[in-house]
Design a protein around this ligand. Structure first.
Ligand code: MOS
Length: 754
């Protein structure tokens, strides 16, 4: 279709509007139906029993006691459950993880499912699971970053080299450097802890399977389940209209969800399985701990001459996911010599996975802290130091950026925050109550990703439209933002366009991950709508009876349900009239999104930002409060400023959490997470969240994708944690190199001041 161009689309009527969530009313009235809200007739409840050891085997389970409990219908244990035609240990892609579905009696991590009790009520199933009284043959657990011999993993993240570099020899550059900083930072294991736990309501009808199940990637989930259960993917319907958070942990199909489907197979009845909070700490992934050593060198003027970033991380004994923490160093600062490397240990833990800004979040706090330490070593303001080392091309590749408005982010953020009055020395500011006040800055960066997706659009005889795509809303606002793009693509008001998403029978909406869902689904929806409009335009411009006859597709504009001549907007006709004359009930369009390989070869594509933090520290008690955060972000086109701001707030709050709160405390003897609950696994509550401001810095990107969207989901976490750590140093003069920073780190004031 040579003259099918996005030219028909009038941007700006819906795109760019700060619409409130279209599903907001449903959410606040309880009408939004999450997976576990479904109760098909005859439904049973399945409850997991989880291992309390992290390595060894299950020697015995009192299955008879559980089965004898009133209301218990059945119990699944290793050797007694429906056969799976597919291998749960199969790894057929980077998003496919080995899962524990009772394939044997081995225990590979704490909270691994060791049995499933199925009952008429949730209470009976829970009580039945408590009667199993497991006995174990335990082996010594390998725990923590020193728990095993480090090795170089075959790849990190998704298929990235564990070792990377560019430019000169780092060791030589460091030896010749005027200023050197070498420092080691530790970040803990973190668990996603979405408010909605992993859940499934499974119903079999012969070889057809219907699932209410939160999924960040329905098409991938269908493929995996089809292989596991030996049925065609088209026999599986997944409904995932709302996720109560995913953060990466719902990108793959989890073992517990598969166990729920097996329980439905076993009993011949619908089954609901909801993972209990404590069992979220094991079988559904986590952010791996890291120990990162940064070595930086500069010349006399504070220009970086070397960056060396080494990462030690941990994975499970049975699967591969390696946190790619050095990637921020590939992107952010110009240096003639750059080297990054990763090592890992295998310990008795559940397999780590993608967790919001995987790699970037953990790497960012280390790099941004080290850069801050170096600014101080050079006697430079930390913002001035960052500007002096601004990367005009991507350091790791030498490629130009498709766009990069980071300088504007620094400027606007600093202005808004009042950075100019910051004393360089630490411990110079106090508030009226005598609390130490510190200000810190961090740079944010996250790659602009896009996945493959398809969409379908329709213009109907009554002049209304429809757009369909199997997209997922994790709370980020997909129901609204994609609908906005859909409306503009059809040249219709948003209320004249029906929008369907959230089920797997719709065109493949790709993955809601990697901050790429808006770029992915938006571009697919945009292409589908444009296709429908182009077909309609052809009907009109090739018809002598139309006032648009002869205008050519490029000569018409779609606007408010009409096609009008570009050169004379008074001449045109409505969609309804065009379809009526053609005798058509509707006209359909299709579209897709995918990465533009040529553009990706030519350009480095990243969103950027600058985060400024204020903390207050009690000089006697060490208590830390983050009191103010200003983030300025440039991430290409903004579809909905209200929702984008909300994404930045969410990311920045994760940054607060990373810097000051979150940590899975693992028992060194047993390997069990000791705070596997939301009472003791600290995430920020309202009182911990400071005054937040997010500035949306304009950025036009002609290369990243047709709509110029870079993605906003994860970037807010990067930069923020480092800015807070740097502010803590500025308040106290104490450099804490482990996250989360706790008050006991700051009680050593006299010692650190020596
Ligand atoms: Mo995110 S970790 O890409 O869901």
């Amino acid at each position: 279709m040579p003259d099918q161009a996005p030219i028909h689309t009038r941007h700006g009527s819906s795109i760019g509007q700060p619409l409130t969530r279209r599903d907001g009313h449903l959410k606040v009235t309880g009408g939004a139906r999450y997976a576990a809200d479904n109760h098909p007739d005859g439904m049973l409840y399945a409850v997991l029993a989880g291992s309390s050891i992290s390595r060894g085997r299950v020697a015995s389970l009192d299955v008879a006691a559980a089965k004898a409990h009133p209301g218990v219908v059945d119990v699944m244990v290793p050797g007694d459950h429906p056969e799976l035609p597919g291998d749960p240990e199969l790894k057929d892609g980077p998003f496919s993880f080995r899962i524990d579905v009772l394939q044997n009696d081995r225990v590979r991590y704490a909270n691994q499912p060791i049995a499933v009790v199925i009952a008429e009520t949730l209470e009976a199933a829970t009580e039945g699971a408590a009667l199993l009284a497991p006995r174990y043959e335990a082996e010594p657990a390998r725990v923590g970053l020193d728990g095993a011999e480090p090795f170089v993993p075959p790849s990190v993240g998704v298929g990235r080299e564990p070792d990377a570099g560019r430019g000169g020899d780092v060791a030589e550059a460091l030896a010749a450097a005027r200023h050197r900083v070498e420092a080691t930072y530790e970040t803990p294991a973190q668990y996603h802890n979405a408010m909605e736990p992993h859940a499934v309501v499974a119903q079999w009808d012969g070889d057809r399977l219907t699932l209410d199940m939160p999924s960040q990637a329905m098409t991938m989930a269908k493929a995996r389940l089809a292989t596991l259960f030996g049925i065609p993917p088209e026999n599986i319907l997944i409904r995932s209209p709302f996720l109560g958070g995913g953060f990466g942990s719902k990108a793959g199909t989890s073992g517990p969800q598969v166990l729920g489907i097996m329980a439905a197979r076993r009993t011949g009845r619908p089954v609901k399985l909801v993972v209990r909070r404590e069992h979220m700490f094991g079988p559904v992934g986590h952010r791996a701990p890291t120990r990162q050593t940064l070595r930086l060198g500069t010349d006399a003027e504070g220009r970086l001459t070397a960056i060396d970033h080494h990462v030690l991380t941990a994975s499970s004994t049975y699967d591969d996911f390696f946190e790619p923490s050095a990637s921020t160093s590939h992107t952010l600062y110009a240096t003639p010599a750059l080297h990054t490397s990763h090592e890992a240990v295998r310990i008795d833990t559940g397999t780590p996975t993608f967790m919001r800004a995987p790699g970037e979040a953990s790497g960012s706090i280390a790099l941004e802290s080290a850069v801050d330490e170096m600014a101080e070593a050079c006697g430079l303001d930390p913002l001035e130091f960052r500007l002096r080392n601004y990367a005009e091309v991507e350091p790791i590749s030498g490629k130009p950026f498709s766009s990069k408005a980071l300088r504007q982010c620094y400027t606007r953020g600093a202005e808004r925050f009042g950075w100019a009055t910051r004393p360089r020395e630490p411990r110079r500011m106090r508030d009226a109550d005598g609390l130490l006040v510190g200000w810190g800055v961090g740079t944010a960066t996250f790659p602009a990703l896009i996945f493959a997706a398809n969409a379908r659009a329709e213009i109907r005889a009554d002049g209304t439209g429809l757009v369909e795509i199997g997209a997922m809303d994790m709370g980020q606002g997909a129901w609204t933002a994609i609908h906005q793009v859909a409306a503009d693509s059809l040249g219709l008001d948003i209320d004249a366009v029906a929008f369907h998403m959230g089920t797997s029978d719709l065109p493949d909406g790709g993955i809601a991950g990697g901050s790429g869902h808006m770029a992915t689904t938006g571009n697919a929806a945009h292409a589908a709508g444009s296709d429908a409009v182009a077909k309609l335009a052809r009907l009109a411009t090739e018809d002598q009876r139309s006032p648009l006859f002869g205008a050519g597709n490029a000569g018409v504009v779609a606007r408010d349900g009409r096609l009008v001549r570009r050169d004379d907007e008074s001449r045109g006709e409505s969609y309804a009239d065009i379809l009526a004359r053609a005798g058509l009930a509707s006209i359909e369009g299709e579209g897709s999104a995918a990465a533009d390989q040529n553009a990706q070869k030519q350009y480095a594509m990243h969103a950027h930002g600058a985060v400024f933090a204020e903390v207050k520290v009690d000089p006697d008690l060490g208590q830390i409060r983050c009191t103010r955060l200003v983030g300025a972000f440039a991430a290409g086109r903004v579809i909905n400023p209200r929702l984008v701001r909300s994404q930045y707030y969410g990311g920045m709050i994760w940054g607060v959490s990373f810097a000051l709160h979150e940590e899975a405390v693992v028992d060194l003897r047993s390997g069990r997470p000791m705070n596997a609950n939301l009472g003791e696994y600290h995430v920020p509550v309202n009182a911990d969240v400071p005054s937040l401001e997010a500035i949306l810095v304009e950025e036009d990107d002609a290369h990243v994708n047709a709509l110029g969207i870079k993605g906003v989901g994860e970037i807010g976490i990067t930069g923020t944690a480092g800015a807070i750590a740097n502010a803590v140093w500025h308040a106290t003069g104490i450099r804490v190199r482990e996250a989360p920073i706790r008050l006991e780190n700051l009680l050593a004031v006299p010692k650190a001041a020596e």
